[in-house]
Design a binder for this molecule. Structure first.
Ligand SMILES: Nc1ncnc2c1ncn2[C@@H]1O[C@H](COP(=O)(O)OP(=O)(O)OP(=O)(O)O)[C@@H](O)[C@H]1O
Ligand SMILES: [Mg+2]
Length: 263
């Protein structure tokens, strides 16, 4: 099975006034395409920081991060957004929905901003709104939605460009038990019925019950705690070829060669 993410000896620190605060000290993580990976740990342990490193929103001081064969630090800053829109669906802890746009407008805008042409945009959006149980809210504005509905819209938006990896930061954080359970069921169903790899940060016990790999984040470390191979996707899932990758890889290697020539 293909490896989709590799984090090798990665260290990250933040500067707080004149002091360096080390968040991660040489962490190592490997994720395959058929996995639903959970990162859990106390508030402030570095879960969001870790997801920001994986999406290239932050760069590590040391070590390397490889996604689907691409080295993140070799992607020029100007191409980072394209990289994200090609491969990743990100659901931020605060959702980041545009408050002046309706549910459908939020999704359409996102599809339009995608670097490549998303096929059958409208059909894809309608399919997702139905799958996530929010089609009856499609003309509402974010402020008119409950916390659980907002989260489902943010997930639909993230999936609307057909990413290979879905990244969820504390998706059940602000939800009541019932909505949190519903959301966990949605995540499990998405995982089991499509070829998407899911990376989630959460404290939720129910997430622990569906994850194939559980990592504990804390004390400058990310440690593999449990593995449940029996929960991995069934054999019948067909994985899309990550075809655009080859083109991007070539571009990146060309840039690297040019840099070497300039030196
Ligand atoms: N840009 C930054 N500059 C300085 N310190 C930061 C920055 N971003 C995060 N931190 C610090 O890094 C630590 C980890 O933060 P992070 O947001 O990753 O934690 P978290 O595990 O996601 O917490 P929560 O469960 O509350 O969302 C915290 O102590 C935070 O204050
Ligand atoms: Mg966080």
């Amino acid at each position: 099975m293909d490896r989709i993410l590799r984090i090798k000896d990665v260290s990250k620190k933040f500067q707080l006034f004149w002091e360096d605060v080390v968040i991660f000290d040489k962490i190592n993580i490997e994720i395959e395409r058929n996995e639903l990976v959970l990162f859990y740990g106390p508030s402030g342990s570095g879960k969001t920081t870790l997801l920001n490193l994986i999406t290239g929103l932050l760069l590590p001081e040391e070590g390397e991060i490889q996604i689907a064969g691409l080295y993140l630090d070799l992607i020029p800053d100007k191409d980072k957004a394209d990289f994200r829109s090609n491969y990743l669906g990100i659901v931020f802890q605060e959702n980041n929905l545009v408050s002046t746009l309706t549910v459908t407008e939020n999704i359409i805008l996102f599809q339009e901003l995608c670097e490549y042409e998303v096929e059958n945009k409208k059909e894809r959006m309608e399919e997702l709104l139905e799958k996530l149980g929010i089609d009856h809210r499609k003309d509402s504005f974010p402020t008119q939605l409950s916390g659980g509905e907002k989260k489902r819209v943010a997930i639909a938006r993230a999936l609307s460009t057909n990413p290979h990896i879905l990244i969820l930061d504390e998706p059940t954080g602000n939800l009541d038990r019932e909505s949190a359970d519903e959301l966990c069921n949605i995540v499990e169903e998405l995982f089991q019925t499509t070829d998407i790899t899911i990376i989630v940060s959460s404290h939720d016990q129910k997430m622990k019950e569906i994850a194939t790999k559980i990592y504990k984040v804390g004390s400058k470390n990310v440690q593999l705690e449990e593995e449940y191979p029996e929960r991995k996707k069934g054999e019948n899932i067909e994985y899309r070829n990550i075809a655009t990758l080859e083109r991007e890889k070539e571009d990146i290697f060309v840039e690297e060669e040019m840099l070497l020539e300039e030196e």
